[in-house]
Design a binder for this molecule. Structure first.
Ligand code: NAD
Length: 252
């Protein structure tokens, strides 16, 4: 049977990269989808791709940094599909590359806002709805940068470590419901976010390849497959974990 048959799933950052690839895997696995992104066009394109794959999907433009917008996103999900079973809190930004002493307050506020605070905001409104249903599964996108140092990206590193704290705390708070809360920790994955970095510094591709024992970057679908499993009833006794999907990076 399809892993997510008839589940209603909300995906933030659904207009690109890992969010889009995950949406298409969720579509294959029978989910009905709400695709949220700051980039309306990206979300609409993903919705069209998911519909082509046979899923029901709607696109909603949403800035996950704004509490009222996130509350409205959950309300619109309920209005459209009547419930919320799975949420993938995945919207994120990389920020500028700089060592700690050269990094700026502006970059800190931008990155920590979207990569950490907005994940809490999304969980806050998603969990309120899941409590009414007495069930739910949330996956947050952390990173290998949430499991160790991330030279030249201190705000990103702090945010992704923070996402693991949010994940563990909410997982324990709501384990008895049960609302399961897990995190996925991708290695460097070939998405527009990473392509933009490589375009500025082409040598980074080789460096990224070398740091993974598998000798290559991840593919967005490889992250999506893990998210689909964590979101499904197949993972019914799994909560509060950071799941690395990283070609062996964290094994070293
Ligand atoms: P991406 O740039 O392709 O996608 C990110 C999406 O988030 C974009 O569509 C963007 O419009 C959206 N977004 C940004 N700010 C937003 C906001 N305020 N409100 C709503 N949407 C917003 O990047 P990606 O690589 O697919 O990244 C997805 C997630 O994976 C991020 O959280 C990122 O930190 C994480 N991640 C990526 C990698 C990687 O190597 N690509 C590795 C580890 C973790």
């Amino acid at each position: 049977m399809a892993l997510l048959k008839d589940k209603v799933a909300l995906i933030t950052g659904g207009g690109s990269g890992i969010g889009r690839a995950t949406a298409l895997i969720f579509a294959r696995e029978g989910a009905r989808l709400v695709l949220a992104d700051l980039n309306r066009q990206g979300a609409e394109e993903t919705a069209a791709m998911a519909e082509k794959a046979g899923a029901q999907a709607i696109a909603i433009q949403c800035d996950v940094l704004k509490a009222a917008a996130v509350e409205d996103l959950v309300n619109q999900t309920i209005k459209q599909f009547g419930r919320l079973d799975c949420a993938f809190n995945n919207a994120g930004v990389a920020g500028d590359l700089a060592r700690t002493a050269e990094s700026t307050e502006e970059c800190w506020d931008f990155v920590v806002g979207i990569d950490l605070k907005a994940v809490w905001l999304c969980m806050k409104y998603e969990i309120a709805q899941m409590l009414k249903q007495k069930s739910g599964a949330i996956v947050n996108t952390a990173s290998i940068a949430g499991l160790g140092a991330n030279p030249l990206g201190i705000a990103y590193c702090a945010s992704k470590h923070g996402v693991l704290g949010l994940t563990r705390t909410a997982a324990v708070e709501y384990a008895r419901i049960p609302i399961r809360v897990n995190a996925v920790c991708p290695g460097v994955t070939q998405t527009p976010m990473v392509d933009a970095g490589i375009a500025k510094r082409p040598k980074m591709r080789q460096t990224f390849e070398k740091i993974h024992p598998m000798g290559r970057l991840g593919r967005p679908e490889e992250i999506g497959e893990a998210v689909a499993w964590l979101s499904s009833d197949a993972a019914s006794f799994v909560t509060g974990i950071p799941l690395p999907v990283d070609g062996g990076f964290t094994a070293i």
